[in-house]
Design a protein around this ligand. Sequence first.
Ligand code: URP
Ligand code: ZN
Ligand code: ZN
Length: 459
Amino acid sequence: MALLIRNGEIVTLGSRARADIFVENETVTRIGKNLEAPAGVEVIDATGKLVFPGFIDPHVHIYLPFMATFAKDTHETASVAALIGGTTTYIEMCCPNRNDDALAGYELWKAKAEGHSACDYAFHMSVTKFVEETEAQLRQIVADGTASFKIFLAYKNFFGVDDGEMYQTLELAKRLGVIVTAHCENAELVARLQQKLLAEGKTGPEWHEPSRPESVEAEGTGRFATFLENTGAAGYVVHLSCEKALQAAVAAKSRGVRIHVESVLPHFLLDKTFAERPGVGGMKHVMSPPLRAKKNQAVLWNGVATGAIDTVGTDHCPFDTEQKLLGKDSFANIPNGIPGIEDRVNLLYTFGVKRGRLDMDRFVDAASTRAAKLFGLFPRKGTIAVGSDADLVVYDPEYRGVISAKSQHVNNDYNAFEGMQIEGRPSVVTVRGKVQVRDGKFIGERGRGRFLKREASHF
Ligand code: URP
Ligand code: ZN
Ligand code: ZN
């Protein structure tokens, strides 16, 4: 069915204008003033509202066997939560571990999503070992439309690769034109520091951050950059959390290394004192890299504002209270992760745009357009233009609300951002022209989401 969105203020990267948007056959077909509404067309009055391109979360975990348990969401729950928060596309980390077969893992992750997601989705394919069959398998996965890889320098003996495997992955990625995303912490140092702290009887969640200090992340970021420099591959640092790591990335960028940076929502708004809360209260705020000293937050906001940080994702990864308690005797056993898929856009708008830390252009770019460009989705996604998919967020800047686990759609029993006030939320969200959300309620078609095939473009 056709759709007309009338009189909204359309905000895309580099432009802001009041106009109407006409949608047919899942795409935007016309943008202009006073467009006619033929009989039978669904009309949405966007007067007083902003209209954004559907937001893209470039880093989520939905199906994830990790740290002796499984992340809580399914594609049904995560996609509804994403859409209510204005995210119309997410890129999930496909994470088989070192003992798994990569291709079988890829098929498993795809099967978990197929027919279950209400929004569109893609994958970053994790390379967690590099053995005889790896090159052929990765070629097959890229040919299937998954044109980005993921490596972990952390999580020794589970997801982590050694330097040789990192080199082989980057060298192949360069030949295939694939961008490699990377979790940058030194696995050996983390393992040694964990052992040392635990031997000293330091077992609580407050010791998670000291077990992976900023220098450990800066080393990982710098080493990844050096490997990019010497292979010529394009790379993307995920969930960068602190000034020292950003300095390493910026230094590499300034000498011409093809490196891009993502930071994630928790690091902008939560600091390490949240993980220092006693007992399970602290455990709920354990993720890696850890929540940092508060002074880093201003550095991250400034990094997004200037473009030194390209994108803001979530690293959405929900574990409930019972799962977090797996780490009650050792911080090293607390399942790592903080969910945020539902709240990213509203919190970024409130604490970024409304507080004057981000201009509207950078907001749209960091939360949508840049990810679309880096990961081969642009201009199908990440913009409002004739021919683009009609993923549209009619945003009400006058809405006021409070974040709470009681009203969330993420499958979890707590919300790390509990009590934070938001100043704006989506009033209508469409996925390829179909209204999926109205005023905080999912009213659309479950399973509408499609797997997005992407071409390699980083040659
Ligand atoms: O703590 C985190 N980040 N959990 C998810 C796995 C990862 O490292 O991205
Ligand atoms: Zn990670
Ligand atoms: Zn992650």
